[in-house]
Design a protein around this ligand. Structure first.
Ligand SMILES: Cc1ncc(COP(=O)(O)O)c(C=O)c1O
Length: 370
């Protein structure tokens, strides 16, 4: 018997979230961002749910190859462009669109021998200060690209640093529009937060394409200000396991490494087959939410490599008899239909839903549910 832990990817939830992103993005086309192996879900596992997108955006050429192998003939965008000259050969062969964010990438393209002119997205650094040409250098980069026979159509993009927070996006939108205003081509500005938080009817922001990542995976880009439920998003990944043991504690007894939890009353404890080697965050301490048999309860003490302890008293109080084999939902949807948002667990661990889903460990078997 394998350990009882498993992850489940929910195709209908991916379809639902994609529809939500589309509805929020006015008339823009939607890139489904599937970098980092579809935010930990597995590109092959999300493909069915996200094939209604207008294109797939990602980083690794190997991931682009996998999307093509799945039969996708539409646009694929490399969000960081190429890393070395031979990557351009694969771009030609697989018809990949690629981002140009630095002079070195223009140099590589200028030296590339190809029969197929490339579709590129020229990236402007409007304040994130990671990748892209400054507004001052943008026009000369465009002029250089525009003169290359290797280039077909040039589109424009930027990335927001504060779409999920108080500073917002207006200053970056203004910088982008001022520098790119009269340049011909499609535009892409918004990530999930910018897409969801803007009011429909602002086409200058939605532009031609939005790049939706985290929203597609059912996590709120601006948690805890808003929840996934607030944005009408559904969980796309469930991480579930079972109890493999129970312990009856008396007041004063402790649980786990470091004796970090001490019972202040008789407490029935369940031991679940899930630990940090499965991708569960070790920094989640006592109080992090967990569902047992669909009832919300809490983690107790320190998470170990393969196990964690949960408080079964609230489950008893709900009139259930938890024990060996009871279902434990670490995040996502329990078989009772109860939902534990990944953002709630991430918050308890001092991180974000992005990190938890991306950290799902390779040893966890994954199934796709239609
Ligand atoms: C350039 C770019 N666009 C879009 C996204 C998608 O962002 P999100 O997952 O917040 O929607 C990312 C992700 O970090 C990104 O790097």
């Amino acid at each position: 018997m394998p350990r009882p832990i498993h992850a489940c990817i929910h195709t209908p939830a991916l379809q639902h979230n994609l529809a939500r992103a589309r509805a929020a993005a006015a008339d823009a086309k939607v890139w489904a961002v599937v970098k980092a192996n579809a935010y930990g879900h597995g590109i092959e596992h999300v493909f069915e749910g996200l094939r209604g997108a207008d294109g797939f955006a990602l980083l690794d050429l190997s991931e682009a190859q996998r999307v093509r192998q799945l039969g996708w003939r539409g646009p694929i965008l490399l969000l960081e462009g190429v890393f070395e000259p031979r990557d351009l050969e694969l771009c030609s062969r697989l018809s990949l669109w690629h981002t140009i964010h630095c002079d070195e990438q223009i140099d590589m393209l200028a030296a590339h021998k190809t029969q197929v002119a490339h579709r590129v997205f020229l990236k402007m650094n409007t304040g994130m200060n990671r990748l892209g040409f400054t507004p001052q250098r943008f026009r000369s980069a465009w002029a250089r690209l525009n003169a290359l026979p290797q280039v077909d159509e040039i589109s424009f993009m930027t990335h927001f640093s504060d779409a999920d927070g108080a500073r917002g996006i207006a200053h970056q939108v203004a910088a982008f529009n001022a520098a790119a205003q009269d340049l011909p081509g499609e535009r892409s500005l918004c990530n999930s937060a910018a897409t969801l938080r803007q009011r429909p009817g602002t086409p200058a922001v939605y532009a031609d394409w939005v790049r939706a990542g985290i929203a597609l995976y059912g996590s709120a880009p601006d948690h805890p200000e808003h929840t996934a439920a607030h944005w009408g998003l559904q969980p796309t990944m469930t991480l579930a396991t079972r109890l493999i043991g129970t312990q009856q504690l008396q007041a004063g007894d402790t649980v786990g490494y470091g004796s970090c939890f001490t019972a202040d009353r008789p407490t029935l404890v369940g031991i679940a087959a899930c630990g940090y080697a499965d991708g569960y965050p070790r920094h989640a301490g006592t109080g992090a939410p967990v569902l047992v048999a669909g009832v919300r309860t809490r983690l107790l003490g320190r998470v170990s490599m393969d196990m964690l302890a949960v408080d079964l008293n609230p489950v008893l109080a709900a009139g259930l008899q938890p024990g060996w084999g009871s279902e434990v939902t670490l995040w996502g949807r329990s078989s009772t239909g109860a939902v534990l948002p990944i953002d709630d667990v991430a918050h308890a661990a001092g991180t974000v839903g992005y990190e938890l889903m991306c950290a799902l460990a390779p040893r966890v078997p994954v199934a796709v549910a239609d």
